[in-house]
Design a protein around this ligand. Structure first.
Ligand SMILES: [Zn+2]
Length: 482
């Protein structure tokens, strides 16, 4: 996935739509991207990691109205909740793009102008979902309802619109995806898009709204009676964030090495975005990782009305940042949908973090204090090579491997019974403890991109040949809430 030869890595999350507060899915995407960013930094690459918020469009305008707020003050407030969440999740990003920023708007207009040979004005008639901000064909619709929002009837809409021609790029796009020149993964998502592209003649994409319908957007260059379709504006963030069209940073960072997005917006990123770039004569990003959704326990959709939705802040307050990072990276499959329920989360926290990792570090630290006067001698080493693999964003597999080694270490301690051995052979006990500290530090280095503050604590406990017991427990035991 990484082009290690270039020694630079530009990755982005999608930019969440700022019409509501962040949910667990946003938290997961932030954490996945942050883990990859840290992983690449750990390997000496220069990383640029961009997140942001999407702040225009009909749905947002309506949400602001409902909240009785001006759109801009509404998005200011909403965007701040995503900044806050990223901070609470220990997401170490380099830039936060807001599509209401003047610089972004200028860049989006430049992109439009670069696409101008493929843009024309026409009339659009279709059935539209306001929630998706998307026209759906009769084939997509489910008995007149939105395929994504089963409770939303599609509305008939006829508007004057600018269109972007897609068909001229269809064959080329198929080739780029098939050959992994634009790599879409996991394979399921790549095949889904290829099948769509091979079985449908792409229709021209409506890329503007008349201001009579919507004013909250980026003005179309040369026609102040239209604003850009929110997706045209939003997708542009990946290039405007690094200085498109003409800042030196753009040449340095573009093309992006990876976009991370959810499966619901795969098509925007694997069809519309690359075609916009081809039309504008801009290089395509190298890869797109498409993650699944988080459902409630039992695989049912999380929703406020069902009372089964869990907010990230709720978990963070009770269990801490690394506990949430761990669960989302390990137990939501990287290539499928996953489940999040409080019961399971609590069980995993206790088994994997308190009883396994936490207890291991605690045991070795206190035995070293007791039997080695708090001192140890080891040769410092890096990440073991068999754990040095995060290809295809397989966070779950990587953590599973690390936990297998933690299991083995715990078993080795139980088997060797150093508390007994110390009575007869103190030197052999010390030798074992040094070995285990070395193993813990190696695993901790492998763990650092996933659970950065836990890895830092472990490092602080075993540092400069001395055990520091003041660092405290990694994961406190937490009583289950009734
Ligand atoms: Zn919809």
């Amino acid at each position: 996935m990484a082009n290690q030869k270039q020694n630079k890595y530009y990755l982005t999350t999608s930019i969440p739509y700022a019409n509501a507060k962040p949910h667990l899915g946003h938290a997961m995407e932030f954490i996945q991207a942050d883990t990859l960013a840290r992983w690449h930094r750990q390997r000496g690459e220069e990383v640029y990691f961009q997140i942001g918020t999407d702040e225009h469009g009909q749905k947002l305008f309506e949400a602001a109205e409902q909240a009785g707020a001006e759109p801009l003050s509404f998005v200011n407030e909403m965007s701040e909740t995503f900044v806050q969440l990223a901070g609470d999740l220990n997401v170490d990003y380099d830039a936060f793009v807001r599509t209401t920023d003047a610089h972004h708007k200028k860049g989006a207009q430049a992109l439009w102008q670069a696409c101008e040979k493929d843009i024309y004005k026409g009339t659009y008639t279709g059935t539209y979902c306001v929630a998706c901000e998307l026209f759906y064909t009769a084939k997509d619709a489910v008995e007149g309802m939105c395929p994504v929002h089963p409770n939303r009837a599609l509305e008939d809409l006829e508007i004057e619109s600018y269109f972007l021609k897609l068909a001229p790029y269809q064959e080329k796009l198929i080739e780029l995806i098939e050959t992994d020149a634009y790599k879409i993964f996991p394979a399921l998502r790549k095949n889904e898009i290829l099948s769509f592209l091979k079985n449908n003649q792409l229709e021209d994409l409506s890329v503007s709204r008349p201001k009579t319908q919507l004013v909250w957007g980026v003005e179309v260059p040369g026609d102040n009676s239209h604003v850009m379709y929110v997706w045209f504006d939003a997708l542009a963030n990946y290039i405007t964030g690094v200085g498109y069209p003409d800042e030196p940073n753009f040449a340095k960072w573009w093309p992006a090495d990876l976009h991370i997005v959810g499966k619901d917006i795969n098509r925007f990123h694997s069809v519309y975005w690359p075609i916009m770039l081809m039309s504008a004569g801009v290089e395509l990003p190298k890869a797109l990782y498409v993650h699944g959704f988080i459902n409630a326990a039992g695989g049912v959709k999380m929703s406020k009305s069902l009372g089964n939705s869990v907010s990230p802040e709720e978990i963070l307050q009770r269990y801490g940042t690394d506990a949430l990072r761990y669960y989302l990276l390990r137990y939501i499959p990287h290539d499928a949908d996953g489940e999040f329920g409080l019961e399971r989360f609590h069980a995993v926290y206790t088994a994997d973090l308190v009883n396994n990792l936490g207890n291991l570090v605690q045991r070795v630290a206190s035995m070293t204090t007791k039997y080695c006067d708090g001192k140890f001698e080891i040769a410092v080493t890096g990440t073991p090579s068999h754990l040095d693999d995060l290809e295809d964003a397989a966070f779950d597999d990587a953590l599973q491997k690390i936990w297998k080694e933690l299991d083995a270490l715990n078993e080795a301690i139980d088997k060797n019974e150093p508390w007994k051995l110390a009575k007869t052979d103190l030197q052999a006990t010390q030798k074992l403890l040094y070995e285990w500290i070395g193993d813990i530090l190696k695993l901790s280095a492998a763990l650092a991109p996933f659970l950065p503050s836990t890895a830092e604590k472990i490092h602080n406990i075993f540092t400069d040949g001395r055990v520091d017991m003041h660092v405290g427990m990694l994961f406190p035991r937490i009583e289950k809430e009734d």
